[in-house]
Design a protein around this ligand. Structure first.
Ligand SMILES: CCCCCCCCCCCCCCCCCCCCCCCC(=O)SCCNC(=O)CCNC(=O)[C@H](O)C(C)(C)COP(=O)(O)OP(=O)(O)OC[C@H]1O[C@@H](n2cnc3c(N)ncnc32)[C@H](O)[C@@H]1OP(=O)(O)O
Ligand SMILES: Cc1cc2nc3c(=O)[nH]c(=O)nc-3n(C[C@H](O)[C@H](O)[C@H](O)COP(=O)(O)OP(=O)(O)OC[C@H]3O[C@@H](n4cnc5c(N)ncnc54)[C@H](O)[C@@H]3O)c2cc1C
Length: 703
């Protein structure tokens, strides 16, 4: 095993306790680097100490005790999640001052609570952040009291945009808010049950207040489009609905069942006119409407801008799920033995090329996407600071657009990778992966809605391709450079030259340089941009209208473009990071391999387009890319256990008997099974078998 230097070891030992010896030790010994060095490179001491504090606090609090795999009744799970949420308020892990000092800790807290249980994390952050950020970003000074009340849990918040009959198409939201000049109030109404707010997290049982999106009407009957309002929906003293509000719970979901998702209908609900969140449009006490955004399309974009913070955060949340799933599958695969070269000796399933190829690319994806998600969160913080400072500069506007474009593809890429990864990990653990107590089912099911909420993945990708297609004109006019605050589109300045390039590597060895995949991605994005643009023009000529033309250009064109663009962005950022001279020499080789594997594995999914567009020609490119993927998996298999050790939470949080750090797969699983309630008891309904025998072919009367 590679050991850390003496001074590093001193600071590491306090923060990162040694892992127990056991069946995983052999792989740990074979690793090319020290897992503690890696952990401390990925996160600084302050963050690791913060995580340790959260984890150890939860572990020592009996309220957070849990029995692996136990399915609680819905009501009980909701209650427990609420009690735990209340406790998180009491622990106050992150003060306002600490957030301002190091905003990244917000993301760390979201993920630490999520690693414990996503229902708890989403419940807490929907209230304190999603509700809070919506008010902070789209409201003004007059809404500060509400924010304070949220922080003290005097009130409990939610964000209500979606309706029963409309989710993606936010323009078609039908809840109305009409200004009544005589009382200086807005009157909220749901025109019918199809316009009920629906799916809203926290609304089912707990929320007292909602940020409600509604069409704003002035008293002259004019509609000014979608705006958001703070609406009290329950009495905080009784949790009973406010007059005119019909509010309820939508029922059991496929995951995250500790969270109460709900519906609400409004019947002449009056709210003070000051409850309009007035950043994008305001109304004077006499009822005159004003807005800095003259173009209704721009106004819609501004009022939906707050959704970007959720989308950016979700990227990190889903990567957290991938990290949990891959930790379980790698530790299992390193300790589970099946078959072997001789009758006497069975080998760990991680030694099989097939198992490596199924899992190790997801490990690489977890590292690359994790790096992207944290860096992208910093970009969001920059945007947030600009919003708070009321920055109206063109740069701030461009930053908002670029973050919107990147988050609308970043969320799909990361949530799908986590979703497919969680399923692969489940299957890679065989039957034990299907046992609820081993947690892969919960990880998969709790991850799943990330593909839908904060915008359906397939719908969001269209926002990214729209952004890219909007650049085509400047690309064709050479004197108008492609520039953006985060630089994600700068390479498009070389569009014409890139399109002339071909794949030149001729050996596997050459492909092991990540620059090969990166160059291929640059070509792929330029090619798909050209093809999507051309397809759109053709469809415009053929179709009756632009609406049809756009819809008929999604599959194989705009959708692929958006995904290739975000994969390129993730890879470029990870490439720069892993190749940076400041990256420790002891870690650089393994990090470069992860980067290269992520690049080639992702690229391999586009192989048909690479051939179709002529970047690849002949058998060789396809073959050496695939061989390089297998080669990298084989090179990384001895590092895999240490790579997951560096990103794994403690056993209590991971909560999977087959993946404890001691690697005692069977002892841990067996003891968890035997500790289950009533495992050895006969069922309470045993007489149904033993006494009440069926008369075959004659069902008994139900009367
Ligand atoms: C120092 C400061 C420290 C502070 C630290 C704190 C930092 C913040 C931390 C935040 C933490 C957050 C915690 C997260 C915890 C998350 C828990 C998650 C739990 C689940 C939550 C679930 C909540 C929901 O699901 S809410 C409902 C979400 N619904 C949707 O997303 C609907 C999807 N549909 C849409 O958004 C739109 O309708 C869309 C995008 C499909 C567009 O439709 P349409 O075709 O009608 O319009 P367009 O013509 O395409 O668009 C018009 C125009 O607007 C632009 N635009 C749209 N959206 C945005 C945006 N978000 N930002 C910027 N611009 C936008 C669009 O690009 C168009 O512009 P053009 O220039 O005209 O092209
Ligand atoms: C667990 C969970 C929690 C949620 N929490 C909240 C919350 O707190 N607050 C809130 O307001 N909302 C919430 N939502 C709602 C969520 O934001 C919506 O489900 C989401 O925006 C998608 O809308 P939809 O469900 O109406 O799907 P639809 O828009 O009806 O989409 C259905 C299908 O049609 C496809 N489709 C739609 N439009 C197009 C198009 N133009 N081109 C091609 N295909 C298209 C989609 O890809 C999708 O496959 C939550 C949802 C879930 C699952």
């Amino acid at each position: 095993m590679i050991t850390a230097s003496k001074s590093d070891a001193v600071s590491q030992d306090g923060l990162l306790p040694d892992l127990p010896n056991g069946p995983l030790s052999e792989y740990r010994r074979k690793a090319s680097f020290n897992w503690k060095d890696m952990a401390m490179f990925l996160e600084d001491e302050d963050i690791i100490a913060f995580k340790n504090k959260i984890f150890s606090t939860l572990e020592s609090d009996p309220l957070f005790y849990r029995q692996p795999g136990v399915d609680l009744p819905l009501e009980k799970y909701r209650e427990l999640t609420f009690l735990r949420c209340k406790k998180i308020f009491e622990y106050n892990f992150l003060t306002f001052e600490a957030t301002m000092e190091k905003p990244q800790k917000m993301l760390v807290l979201i993920n630490c609570l999520g690693m414990y249980d996503w229902s708890l994390s989403t419940k807490y952050f929907l209230d304190t952040q999603v509700f809070g950020v919506a008010i902070g970003n789209t409201g003004s000074e007059r809404h500060e009291t509400i924010l304070h009340q949220t922080q003290n849990m005097e009130i409990f918040g939610c964000l209500a945009l979606t309706e029963l009959s409309h989710g993606s198409n936010t323009k078609a939201i039908r809840t109305t808010a009409r200004f009544d000049a005589s009382t200086k109030e807005f009157i909220l109404n749901s025109p019918d049950f199809e316009a009920a707010k629906f799916w809203v997290g926290n609304m089912g049982k707990t929320a007292t207040h909602a940020v409600v999106y509604a069409q704003l009407y002035t008293s002259d009957g004019r509609c000014h489009g979608l705006h958001s309002f703070v609406v009290q929906i329950r009495n905080p003293k009784t949790l009973l609905p406010m007059p005119g509000v019909m509010v309820g719970d939508i029922g059991r979901k496929l995951g995250q069942n500790g969270l109460d998702n709900g519906f609400a209908m409004f019947h002449n609900v009056r709210i003070p006119y000051e409850n309009l969140l007035n950043r994008t449009g305001d109304i004077s006490s006499s009822g005159n409407y004003t807005s800095a955004y003259k173009d209704p399309k721009q106004r819609l974009g501004a009022s939906l801008g707050t959704l970007s913070s959720g989308r950016v955060s979700i990227i990190s949340m889903v990567v957290t799920n991938l990290k949990l799933a891959i930790t379980i599958a790698i530790r299992f695969s390193a300790t589970r033995r099946q078959f072997g070269p001789t009758e006497k000796e069975e080998i760990p399933v991680l030694e099989y090329q097939l198992q490596q190829w199924r899992l190790i690319p997801y490990l690489a994806a977890a590292y690359a996407l994790d790096y992207f998600s944290v860096g992208f969160f910093f970009n969001l913080i920059e945007l947030q600071i600009g919003i708070l400072m009321k920055d109206r500069s063109p740069r701030q506007a461009e930053l908002g657009k670029e973050i919107h474009a990147l988050s609308c593809a970043g969320k799909p890429l990361a949530s799908w990778t986590a979703q497919h990864g969680a399923q692969e990990c489940r299957e890679a653990c065989g039957g034990h992966g299907f046992l609820a107590m081993n947690r892969l089912g919960d990880i998969r099911n709790d991850n799943d809605p990330n593909c839908t909420y904060e915008g359906d993945n397939n719908v969001l990708l269209q926002q990214t391709s729209n952004y890219l297609l909007g650049l085509v004109q400047s690309i064709h006019e050479d004197n108008a450079p492609c520039e953006s605050p985060l630089g994600s589109i700068h390479f498009l300045n070389d569009y014409k030259t890139i399109l002339k390039r071909k794949f030149t590597a001729s050996t596997i060895r050459e492909c092991l340089d990540c620059a090969v995949a990166l160059d291929a991605y640059k070509w792929l994005v330029c090619y798909l941009l050209r093809e999507s643009h051309d397809k759109l023009q053709q469809e415009k000529q053929r179709a009756a209208n632009d609406f049809d033309a756009r819809n008929n250009s999604q599959v194989y064109y705009c959708r692929s473009l958006a995904l290739a663009f975000i994969e390129h962005t993730v890879l470029q950022r990870y490439y720069d990071y892993t190749h940076d001279p400041s990256t420790p020499g002891s870690l650089q080789p393994v990090l470069k391999k992860l980067c290269c594997l992520y690049g080639l594995w992702s690229l391999n999914k586009h192989i048909a387009v690479l051939y179709q567009g002529g970047y690849f020609a002949g058998e060789l490119p396809g073959r050496i890319v695939q061989d390089a993927i297998l080669d990298l998996c084989a090179q990384l298999k001895d590092d895999a256990v240490s790579l997951v050790d560096a990103i794994a939470p403690p056993d209590f949080i991971l909560n999977s008997p087959i993946a404890k750090a001691d690697g005692e797969l069977y002892k841990n699983l067996w003891s968890a099974v035997l500790q289950g309630e009533k495992v050895l008891e006969r069922p309470s309904w045993w007489p149904e078998f033993c006494c009440n025998k069926p008369v075959i072919g004659k069902p008994r009367s139900q009367l």
